[in-house]
Design a protein around this ligand. Structure first.
Ligand code: FES
Ligand code: FE2
Length: 455
């Protein structure tokens, strides 16, 4: 029986020419990138209420492993309990509010260094020091059971730990909606950071980063080397609640005009940008060889393309490696799918691999600055995951990590864009139809920032 493939709805999604633009606002105000007033509204109405990624679940794999998550001036501690469940707490002692911890670590319990109150991994108040008092704990402090750490909603999905600062938030599944079903067949929760896991500050607003990855329009100006491997004219789109997706057809450029060898070359040409393609090249070459004549000349019969052979090679290679790809479509074997999980989780996903970009406001409160966290995830068999997992690298303020070419190009352009956007004389940006996702994204943002009712 054919397995369910939720990706089919994206395979059949609209092309840009098929989208009804009537509801889209193609002018976007620019104060959202630099105004402190807007930044403060965003803090209150978006960040303090929205589900957001606080880390990867395998950052804290064992009972007692904990990590701090900070957003603006707010701090939370995420900890894996003895029951393997990850919980989140406001990082403040219930006595007089001292911060319990900073950074990450492993603990059997949390002991506040100020007056030595201690808490279990489930947040319960375990013990209260009372060196000069002979009576009971209840006489000393009152109802101990009511003095556990303040818990906030935390849920794991796709290997990410999501946290919501709003204690009354609806479940994560309500927020993700159909996106959860679309992402499930990729098995992101079984992927680990390999090679790239870097967090660095940038001189631009956090949304400049999200914008840059939601359109392929800048490929011609910024990433000319990607032109042969991408065909923006065949991008398909999907809009799901607050979230959206676009496809990036791979190796399809000018197929009608490209001969078989050229098609194969465009697939081989970007090993650093698409490391997952490198892995499937041996199988790809073997499939190509079946279409060579004795002299080695390659020719495809009608209906066969390099892109199709890449899809077959990817399915064969990943299946042999142990990843069940039966829930993924052929298009998902070859083409990047660019997912945006609102507000700040961007994922470029192909079967077996994903590049993650998370951006967030800078702790210093300056709307002109942010952090990005770039993670290259790869699916590996279980026994290799811990061994090959790249630890997170935090880049010091003022330093810069050198990424692969396309990210270096984006890194430079995003900060340059902020220098223009921060000019108060420019009131709005004018989007093209190829930037339809930005129009959608900013409407969603407006619905959070403008409406108190949204939860
Ligand atoms: S503030 Fe934590 S024990 Fe006093
Ligand atoms: Fe880019």
């Amino acid at each position: 029986m054919q397995p369910t493939r939720p990706g089919e709805c994206i395979d059949k999604g609209p092309l840009i020419s098929e989208i009804d633009f009537t509801p889209f606002k193609m002018q976007v105000s620019t104060d959202r990138y630099h105004s402190r007033r807007f930044h403060e509204r965003e803090r209150e109405r978006l960040w303090m209420r929205v589900w957001q990624v606080a880390g990867r679940a395998d950052d804290i794999p064992e009972a007692g492993d904990w990590m701090e998550y900070r957003i603006f001036d707010q701090s939370f501690v995420l900890v894996r309990g003895k029951d393997a469940v990850v919980r989140g707490f406001v990082n403040a002692c219930r006595h007089r509010g001292n911060a319990l911890c900073a950074g990450k670590g492993r603990a059997a319990r949390f002991t506040c260094p100020y007056h030595n109150w201690s808490y279990g991994l489930d947040g319960k108040l375990l013990a209260v020091a009372k060196p000069d008092f002979d009576g009971s704990v209840e006489e000393f402090v009152g109802d101990k059971d009511a003095l556990g750490l303040v818990e906030v909603p935390v849920e794991c999905f796709a290997g990410f730990v999501f946290l919501n600062p709003d204690r009354n938030a609806a479940p994560l599944s309500d927020f993700l909606g159909e996106v959860a079903e679309l992402l499930a067949p990729y098995r992101l929760e079984e992927m680990v950071p390999v090679g790239l896991n870097v967090r660095e500050s940038l001189d631009c607003n956090w949304k400049v980063v999200m914008d840059a990855f939601q359109e392929g329009y800048h490929i011609q100006g910024v990433h000319p080397e990607l032109i042969p491997a991408m065909d923006e004219s065949k991008e398909r789109y999907g809009f799901f609640g607050d979230h959206s997706v676009a496809t990036g057809p791979f190796g399809a450029a000018n197929l009608e005009d490209f001969g078989p060898e050229q098609q194969a070359d465009s697939i081989r040409s970007l090993p650093a940008t698409f490391p997952g393609v490198v892995e499937v090249l041996p199988r790809f070459e073997a499939l190509l060889d079946t279409y060579r004549d004795p002299a080695g000349k390659l020719s495809f019969p009608p209906g066969v393309t390099g892109r199709q052979l890449l899809q077959q090679a990817t399915r064969d290679t990943l299946t042999a490696k142990g990843l069940d790809v039966s829930g993924l479509t052929d298009v998902q074997m070859s083409d990047n799918h660019f997912h945006l999980v609102f507000p700040n989780l961007f994922m470029t996903i192909r079967a077996g691999e994903a590049t993650i970009i998370i951006s967030m406001p800078h702790e210093d409160g300056d709307p002109n600055r942010c952090y990005w966290h770039v993670i290259a995830l790869m699916w590996l068999p279980p026994e290799q995951r811990r061994l090959q997992r790249a630890a997170q690298l935090d880049i010091a303020e003022g330093d810069h990590f050198t990424y692969f070419l396309a990210l270096e190009q984006d890194w430079e352009m995003m900060q340059r864009q902020q220098n223009g956007l921060r000019n108060s004389g420019l009131e709005f940006m004018s989007l093209t139809r190829q930037e339809v996702r930005l129009a959608y994204y900013h409407s969603v943002l407006d619905s959070w920032v403008d409406s108190k009712a949204k939860a």
